[in-house]
Structures are given as structure tokens and as C-alpha cells.
Write a protein that binds this ligand. Structure first.
Ligand SMILES: [Zn+2]
Ligand SMILES: [Zn+2]
Length: 333
């Protein structure tokens, strides 16, 4: 078997890749296995298995003001253009409200925009499912997202009630002001508590009141992973597991089992390239994707100044996502 990988050496910078055709035999003769993880451990940076020369850079995980980003969809697209990106996917939390504006801006800015979404589903710890190339007008998708909105709209007044029962002077108007037009979430409750001097900081607001098991906690109704994946697929989208690092499944057998289960529901890819994945983790998730015959995708999780350390397309500096990955995604449409 012959495989092709893009090899980059960390000391030479992430853009300075050489393309190497490597046979399993050659790797083994040189002391390598074909494991991406092992290649990373040896100091190489195999970005993706690749048959073609690499092209432009992209970012398949970007938030706008439609959820909790700080740039409007149009601003995000023009920012991506300025940063030299060839394509981005707009993937707001549980909403497609920013998609149309981003698509229109993409035409003006000369950036390819992929209509997307990031759906939170119920799983111990966090599980987010990205959906690419969804049809924004699809009734099943719109119905599912409306249900999520309804869950959230019910939850916020319940949190207010609990906080008021705890004798805090807080109103939903103050919280929505803190949200500044974004979808209201617990961080905005925390911001008001801090602003009014009830807590020292954001973490204390969660540790004392808003976190799971704390007195102002209200469980969030969520879709199951299966429902999330099926909803994306029903809207013509490609479901991809976001940032597998945050799944809190530590053993690789458990992770593989989970991913195979999700694949059974229709999962098509894994976001192996992600801002906070270490090179070892990236290698591990690429390996897993190849083993389970899933696509590899990548993105920064850009949120504008809400997460100032993350730059679009570059994450915290070390991220590179090749256009090639998007081409592979398109084939699965
Ligand atoms: Zn996420
Ligand atoms: Zn995200």
C-alpha cells in the first residue's frame, strides 16, 4: 500500500510543507509506522493524507453574531478575505440565521462560504455536531432549530426565577442587554452577576450559582446525538463531530466505539484539526478518522473578540486547514 501525506517540520513553520509519497515499507524501513500519531511523535506534521498538491487555506468552524461571535456574518467573511482564506464555513450554535448574509458577502468578498451549523447534543460532557452544506430552507432543520430555541427560551426565565429566589436583583432585560443581540446563554447571566458585584468573576458565577448542580442551575433540554446527526442529514448536510478533544472519553477504545456508533447514525467526519488539539491529539484523531473511514475536517472555532486568542484560519497560531479537506467534503454531498 502506498500512502501520500503532507509532511511539515515544526521548526520550518507550518506552511513549509513538503509532499512525500511514502510506502508502508519505506516508513517501516526508516523506523516509522504508518500511524499519523507516530509521525507526530517523530516531529513531523502530517496535515492530511493527500493525493494532490495543497492549495489555499480555509476555516470550517466560524461563529458570527448570529450566535456568540462578535463579528456580523458579513464582517466575518471580509475578515476571512483579509486573512487570505479561500473558504470558510459559518457554523453558529443551533442557528442558521447568519448563513444567508454570509453567503451574499462571500460573493462580494471572493470567499467561498459553506452554509453550516453547530448543534449541541446531549452527551456527558460536551458534544457538538457540525453540519456542512445544509439547506437553510429545509423544514426539518428549521423545525429542529425552533425546538432548540424554544428549550432555551423556556430555560432563561427559569434561571432568572432561581436567582431571584436566591435574593439577587436580576432581570431578563439586563441579561439580554449583556447578550447584546446574541443568543442568551449562561455566560450572560454570569456577566450581570459580576457587573452587579454578586460574584468576583465569571468562574465564581458558575462555581457558586450557574454550574451543574448549583442552586441556579436549570438543565438544558437537548437533542440526542442521533437526533442532531439525523437532523443535519435530513437537511442535506454532512454531519461532522466537532472538537473530539472535549468529549472526555479518555481511552481510545471507548472513543472508537462512540465514533462508530455515531457513524451508524450517519456521521461523516471528525474535526481532527482544531485550535486546541495538540499535535499528538491531531494525529490520534486523524488516525481514528482513517480507521473508521471518516472525513477529516478542521477549523478554528473563531468567535471574534469573545475569544481573542483565536484567529480565523490560524487558531492560536499553529492551525492550518487545507482547501483539499473541503474538496473531500464536497464529494460526500
Ligand atoms: Zn463547539
Ligand atoms: Zn464552535
Amino acid at each position: 500500500m502506498k500512502i501520500s501525506v503532507i509532511l511539515g517540520h515544526p521548526n520550518k513553520g507550518s506552511l513549509n510543507h513538503a509532499i512525500a509519497d511514502i510506502t508502508v515499507q519505506t516508513l517501516q524501513n526508516n523506523g516509522y509506522s504508518v500511524s499519523f500519531h507516530d509521525l507526530y511523535e517523530e516531529g513531523f506534521d502530517p496535515v492530511l493524507p493527500c493525493e494532490k498538491v495543497m492549495s489555499g487555506l480555509i476555516d470550517l468552524h466560524v461563529h458570527t453574531t448570529a450566535s456568540d461571535g462578535t463579528m456580523t456574518p458579513e464582517q466575518v467573511v471580509f475578515h476571512a478575505a483579509q486573512c487570505g482564506l479561500q473558504a470558510i464555513a459559518v457554523t453558529d450554535h443551533d442557528t442558521i440565521d447568519g448563513v444567508e448574509e454570509a453567503l451574499a458577502a462571500g460573493v462580494k468578498a471572493g470567499v467561498e462560504v459553506v452554509p453550516g451549523v453547530e448543534i449541541s447534543v446531549d452527551y456527558m460532557g460536551e458534544m457538538h455536531i457540525l453540519g456542512y452544506f445544509i439547506e437553510p430552507q429545509n423544514p426539518e432543520l428549521q423545525g429542529g432549530l425552533a425546538k432548540l430555541r424554544h428549550y432555551r427560551n423556556e430555560r432563561n426565565p427559569q434561571i432568572i426565577k432561581k436567582l431571584r429566589d436566591l435574593r439577587f436583583d436580576i432581570s431578563i432585560d439586563e441579561v439580554s442587554k449583556a447578550a447584546n443581540g446574541n443568543v442568551i446563554g449562561r455566560p450572560h447571566f454570569a456577566a450581570v452577576l459580576k457587573q452587579k458585584g454578586y460574584v468576583r468573576d465569571f468562574n465564581q458565577a458558575f462555581d457558586w450559582y450557574l454550574g451543574e448542580g448549583r442552586p441556579a442551575y436549570v438543565k438544558k433540554e437537548r437533542l440526542t446525538p442521533r437526533q442532531g446527526i439525523e437532523m443535519i442529514a435530513a437537511a442535506g448536510g454532512i454531519p461532522v463531530l466537532a472538537h473530539p478533544k472535549y468529549l472526555k472519553v479518555n481511552d481510545s477504545t471507548g472513543l472508537e466505539e462512540l465514533i462508530r456508533e455515531l457513524k451508524g447514525y450517519g456521521l461523516k467526519g471528525i474535526e481532527a484539526l482544531y485550535t486546541t488539539h495538540s499535535s499528538g491529539e491531531t494525529g490520534k484523531f486523524c488516525d481514528l478518522a482513517l480507521k473508521c473511514e471518516l472525513l477529516i475536517t478542521g477549523g478554528s472555532d473563531f468567535h471574534g473578540s469573545n475569544k481573542p486568542e483565536i484567529e480565523i484560519g490560524r487558531g492560536e497560531g499553529g492551525l492550518t486547514v487545507q482547501y483539499e479537506l473541503l474538496e473531500r467534503l464536497k464529494v460526500k454531498r
